[in-house]
Each structure stands twice: as C-alpha cells, then as structure tokens.
Design a protein around this ligand. Structure first.
Ligand SMILES: [Zn+2]
Ligand SMILES: [Zn+2]
Ligand SMILES: [Zn+2]
Ligand SMILES: [Zn+2]
Length: 198
C-alpha cells in the first residue's frame, strides 16, 4: 500500500515537470512569433529598371526593421511634348495638328482640321435649258480641279400668252390658238361645229 502511494507521488511530480516544460516551450514559441509580426517599415532601396513614358519601372524596397526585401512596380513617366506636325485638310479629307512625344514619338494629342469643301467656279460648257431640252451648269474646283455638272431640267412650254379664237359655225370647226412665249410653238384646240338648229 505505501509502495503504491510513493509510486503515485513520483508519477505526479514527473507529470507536473512535463507540463512545466510544455508551458515553457509554448511561451518561447509565442514570443518568437510576436517578434516576427512587426509592421514592416519599407524604405526605397535600389532602382532595378527606370520607368519611361511607355513602360512602368521596377524598384527594390527594404524593411528598415528586419531587412526583408521585395520588388515594386513604379509608375510610368508622363510624355514630353515634342514636335508639332500639321496635316493640311483637302477639299474632301480632314487634316490634323498632331503633337508627338519627344521620347517615344507617339502622337500624344491630335486636333482635327475639318475638310475645306470644294471651291466651285463656273467654267465653259454650260448651256441653258429650253422648253424641251435640259441644260447643264458646269463648274470646276479652284483647288483640286474636280468638275461638277448640274443638270437643269427642261422648262416646258409656256402657253400663258393671248389666245386667238376662231368661232365654230354650223359648217366649219372653230379653233383656239396659242403660241409658246419662249419658242413660239403653236398649240391649237379644235372647237367642234355647232349643232344645226332644227
Ligand atoms: Zn520588416
Ligand atoms: Zn512618350
Ligand atoms: Zn476641290
Ligand atoms: Zn416652248
């Protein structure tokens, strides 16, 4: 009986010792992890690749506390205004004023100049329309020599002048007679014989 009690005591002490060691290990681990969990204080280290106006750059950042390093992308540089080129507009095509970048030659701003439209001037070859035939107005552009022909429709006869009348009789037809004011073409309207009175 005494022997078994002694054994139990010894076992208890042994177990307590083991727990103490376990606690010690835990405390050690906790202190270690809390040490590595600081807020990094990043400072700009070396530049690996300079940023340009077409590509981002690359730089190395270093933590001032633990010395950890990592790469970061740096922003593109703005374009540098260079040459201005003017493309003149034509009668039909718009032009532009383009500004290129001094470094990469890309067009960085463009202003459209509207097309001029033709500058028409009358040229030989035009003729007036008549009562029955269409006319043509001919023009040429002073800048590009393009030709334009406007068709003028035929005018049609103008029978609005005075009407001559020959009255019909019982024997002969009558007539209404007009001439076109422009081309003198005659237009006749037959008036039938009057009915013979019974
Ligand atoms: Zn750090
Ligand atoms: Zn550029
Ligand atoms: Zn033109
Ligand atoms: Zn006519």
């Amino acid at each position: 009986m005494l022997l078994s009690y002694c054994y139990l005591m010894c076992y208890n002490v042994y177990m307590k010792g083991k727990t103490a060691i376990l606690i010690l290990i835990l405390v050690f681990l906790l202190s270690l992890s809390s040490c590595s969990q600081h807020v990094h204080e990043w400072t700009l280290g070396t530049i690996i690749r300079e940023a340009t106006c077409t590509e981002t750059g690359l730089a190395m950042q270093v933590c001032a506390v633990c010395g950890e390093m990592h790469e970061i992308e740096t922003e593109k540089r703005p374009h540098v205004e260079g040459q201005t080129t003017t493309i003149s507009p034509t009668c039909t095509e718009p032009g532009a004023v383009n500004v290129t970048c001094l470094i990469c030659w890309q067009v960085i701003s463009s202003t459209t100049l509207p097309a001029l439209g033709h500058d028409w001037w009358p040229v030989e070859g035009s003729y007036e329309p008549t009562c029955e035939h269409e006319g043509h107005d001919c023009y040429s552009c002073s800048r590009c020599n393009e030709i334009r022909i406007d068709v003028l429709p035929a005018l049609g006869h103008d029978f609005s002048g005075p009407v001559e009348r020959i009255d019909p009789t019982e024997i002969e037809n009558g007539m209404e007679f007009t001439r076109c004011k422009r081309c003198s073409l005659a237009q006749c309207v037959i008036l039938p014989k009057t009915a013979i009175a019974e």
